[in-house]
Ligand binder design. Sequence first.
Ligand code: AMP
Ligand code: GLY
Length: 444
Amino acid sequence: METVLSLHGVNQSEKDEAGTVNITNLYMKKVLVIGGGGREHAIVDALSRSPQVGKIYCAPGNAGISAQAECVAIKDTDVEGLKAFALENSIDLAVVGPEVALAAGVVDAFKEAGLRIFGPSKAAATIEASKDFAKQLMAKYDIPTAAFETFEDYEPALEYVKKGSFPVVLKYDGLAAGKGVVIPETLEEADEALKDMLLDARFGKGKVVVEEFLTGPEFSFMCFVDGLDVYPMTLSQDHKRAYEGDKGPNTGGMGAYSPVPIISDEDVEYAMEKIMKPTAAGMVAEGCPFTGVLYGGLMKTPNGVKVIEFNCRFGDPETEVVLPRLASDIYDIFSAVADHTPMPQIEWRKEVTMGFVMASKGYPGSYDKGYEILGLDKLPEDIRVFHMGTSLKDGKFYTAGGRVLMVVGSGADLQEAHDKALAAVESIGCDNLFYRRDIGWRVL
Ligand code: AMP
Ligand code: GLY
């Protein structure tokens, strides 16, 4: 196929081998989604509902995504490879999923090449990549968060922990895929964790943020941000611990639902005015304006809503329950942020969603791959299955990651969404998957 017309971002069409111009693609946009997990599957799914989008590529994508997008074998951190692909294929817009791609500078490289891309610059992505940067920003701009102190050396960190109370929160200052946070209950545990983080260099030489332990329900507040302008998404709640009853190690997330009825409109208003908007303004003032999704991992503590963490991208698995509820055209939203043009009204469906992650036994530790997954073709039509880590061979799906599937049900209320999703999860057969049955326990 040969592109016969490519006025960047305006229109394009293709000629097939016989030289016939394919006018169904005329004016239709070509989008490249970067990443290959459940979040990217949900982004691809939302884009596929846009009447403006004619072709979706996903790099690298995964087996499930390949049903809705053309997957291209380029790693999400291969900035030069992604840029070359986007230029060769006259991509109208790129959308970045994972933090590693942002931290690798994919947005900066695309912009330098004159390509349109949705996501923050490498500098702005520091709000997630460095816990210390985020905490210093919050301290400077009076954004409510847990009291903290940052250490580069083991001895002073241990002295500080000895003087404080338990549990205490220790956060490794760098990207650790949700696994760089430990919450020791005793001095012995804290000592071991500090040694791990600051002496053994298991994570690489870095810093540790020692933080006050807060209590209360957590929720994820994702906003589309373009410099000073902040546009809220509907709320969601993740379940970070691996096992039922919020026990076991921290994971990337074992399930989510949207909206979150235990968080009031006043809490959301407060979070917008005291947290999200001042953070966006702080990033502008610091010379690294944020464009993309700013994810506030927030907690409703007895002393008000506070920040637990910021992420510089859509949450995973939150995106898989939030984007199915988006009634507006996501291409318009991404474009408004990428082009710094006025944002259209963002509408949400009343229908609510809840999803269960099916993960490989052993996750978030080591696990085996390659187990066949049965029953995906027999699920009810209103069940959405977002693939997080699967492979496809001879028409059969196999496990290929730690988190494997996010199975989302929807309904008029969260109980209905829960029951549908759980029934779907129980009907999926696989010898090496586990899941939490108590997703949504705070609200059911
Ligand atoms: P983070 O990667 O910063 O989101 O931390 C992972 C998880 O650790 C959070 O979702 C919380 O459940 C917990 N956590 C982090 N910071 C705190 C804190 N200051 N107080 C209580 N729990 C926390
Ligand atoms: N689900 C939490 C995250 O995306 O970081």
